[in-house]
Design a protein. Sequence first.
Length: 123
Amino acid sequence: MSEEIVKKASKDTCETFCYDEELVQRVQPEIKKVEGVELIFKALSDATRMKIAYALTLEKELCVCDVANIIGSTTATASHHLRLLRNMKLAKYRKEGKLVFYSLADEHVHQLVSIALLHSKEG
């Protein structure tokens, strides 16, 4: 390792190994609560799905055809991404005759997308 890399590493890690056993015992069991949550972020980590989710924060619901035009894709591609969002419980749909309309599953999803957008605009 170069000297510069060693210096950088030493600035952001402990210089000695120690830990607070009580703290670890208290927090470690709580970590299980986040199992599976990463799947939400994985679903939203795709640029196309994030665009769709964002579009659904701007409008209460959108037809698959409208989504396709908004993101500049085919209806098949839009439908594929919408289906994934629905399967991940991030979106819901309703059918009206031959049309299918999608909306965000709930206010929590709306907040996730909005907060992510706000955070991305910071500094």
